[in-house]
Design a protein around this ligand. Structure first.
Ligand SMILES: Cc1ncc(C[n+]2csc(CCOP(=O)(O)OP(=O)(O)O)c2C)c(N)n1
Ligand SMILES: [Mg+2]
Length: 230
């Protein structure tokens, strides 16, 4: 993130995918001016937001550079949209922070389900998707960074590309921008459920929205009746 921050300038548009990418961007990439230069997948935090949203950003701001940051999971959701970037020749750079997993979900499983690790790995010892390879086959320039020392030069090359460029960056699978989670990890398993003021990891009790009419007597409680009102 520091290497990216050093290369960004006022007028660049940053588009964040959901999950840790949003935290990495918010914590490490400073806004250089007022205006709509940072786009986040707020609301429901839908994965796969960044690459398609960047098509719109490129159309709206054709003279500016557009940079996306995604995890490997979120990037997979909309990877086909790279073909449209290639077709349009957008001036876009797409960073994929590849930790080999759905890291956010792995974090929750570890915190709340006794160290469970279920359906969060996106690779195995025998299969490892190549996002750079997929990007190349969809018509983009692509790079893969495995050693930290290669990052700076690769970012320069990607940001200097004429058309869309994808940079797949292998990152530490344990890295997270969520500070409260880091604190918890540092505490070990001694206090797995201790209340942490200010953290978001206390699951709130489920409750029905007061705006949704309560089911009438006899109505099947499992039905969706009444849920379409907003
Ligand atoms: C469309 C959609 N599906 C599922 C989710 C639930 N979800 C939130 S974070 C996450 C994991 C994302 O993994 P990745 O993009 O690799 O980012 P990481 O957490 O590893 O940094 C998932 C599946 C979501 N937010 N949006
Ligand atoms: Mg991931």
């Amino acid at each position: 993130m520091a290497e990216l921050a050093a290369r960004l300038r006022a007028g660049d548009v940053l588009v964040s995918d959901a999950s840790f990418s949003a935290g990495w961007i918010a914590a490490h990439l400073p806004a250089r001016r007022g205006g709509r230069d940072f786009l986040f997948a707020r609301g429901q935090g839908g994965l796969g937001y960044a690459v398609p949203a960047a098509i719109g950003a490129c159309a709206a701001r054709p003279d500016d550079r557009v940079v996306t940051v995604s995890g490997d999971g979120g990037f997979s959701y909309a990877i086909g949209e790279l073909a449209t970037h290639a077709q349009l020749g957008t001036r876009s750079t797409h960073l994929v922070l590849n930790n080999g997993s759905l890291g956010w979900l792995a974090m929750w499983q570890r915190l709340y389900f006794d160290g469970l690790r279920q359906s969060v790995d996106l690779e195995s010892p025998s299969t490892r998707p190549s996002f750079a390879g997929a990007a190349r086959s969809l018509g983009c320039t692509a790079f893969e960074v495995v050693r930290p020392g290669d990052l700076a030069g690769t970012l320069d090359a990607a940001l200097g590309s004429d058309g869309p460029a994808v940079v797949e960056i292998r990152i530490d699978p344990a890295a997270t921008p969520i500070h409260s989670f880091r604190r918890r990890l540092a505490e070990g398993d001694q206090l797995p459920n201790a209340p942490r003021p200010g953290t978001v990891y206390r699951v709130p009790a489920w409750h029905r929205s007061p705006l949704v009419p309560a089911p009438s007597a006899g109505e099947d409680k499992e039905s969706n009746a009444g849920r379409t009102q907003h």
